[in-house]
Design a protein around this ligand. Structure first.
Ligand SMILES: [Zn+2]
Length: 146
């Protein structure tokens, strides 16, 4: 995956800076997208669902439908600004950390936490079809509280 579009720590996270990030991703920097980028990227690395982002947007006075939130999250993901982490068929998180890494998932809290890449070694991957290459290996370790 080409991660050249991703938001770097060095990026300016002012509205003007986020406008540039959105332009760099070949998206039109609408006020709505800038507002969403601000919610997504100005608080360090986050794992956020569309529903949570929708709530935050409404709290911030951004009038936007959940469907539009989904569209924007998928556009940001396509552009390499976010990574989608599918926890189960009904639940996706959008991760602002697009570097390769794995996750803990806390079942009760429905919360993802990063596991640094390099701390898990995946071995004995079965043969893959000859016309394929592995694009990514995602590990989600699901945790219950004792
Ligand atoms: Zn993550």
């Amino acid at each position: 995956m080409d991660n050249s579009q991703r938001v770097n720590q060095a990026d300016d996270l002012s509205d003007k800076g986020l406008e540039n990030v959105i332009r760099r991703a070949d998206l039109r920097p609408t006020q709505q997208r800038i507002a969403l980028a601000h919610l997504l990227f100005s608080q360090g690395n986050r794992h956020i669902t569309a529903e949570i982002l929708h709530g935050e947007a409404l709290d911030a006075g951004v009038k936007i439908s959940l469907a539009t939130i989904y569209n924007n999250l998928h556009q940001f993901t396509e552009a390499g600004l976010l990574r989608e982490v599918v926890v189960d068929a009904s639940k996706s998180y959008f991760d602002t950390n697009t570097e390769p890494h794995h996750h803990f998932f806390f079942n009760e809290e429905q919360r993802l936490e990063d596991i640094p890449s390099g701390s898990i070694r995946v071995e004995n991957i079965p043969d893959i079809p000859e016309d394929c290459e592995i694009s990514n290996v995602d590990v989600i370790i699901r945790l219950d509280r004792r």
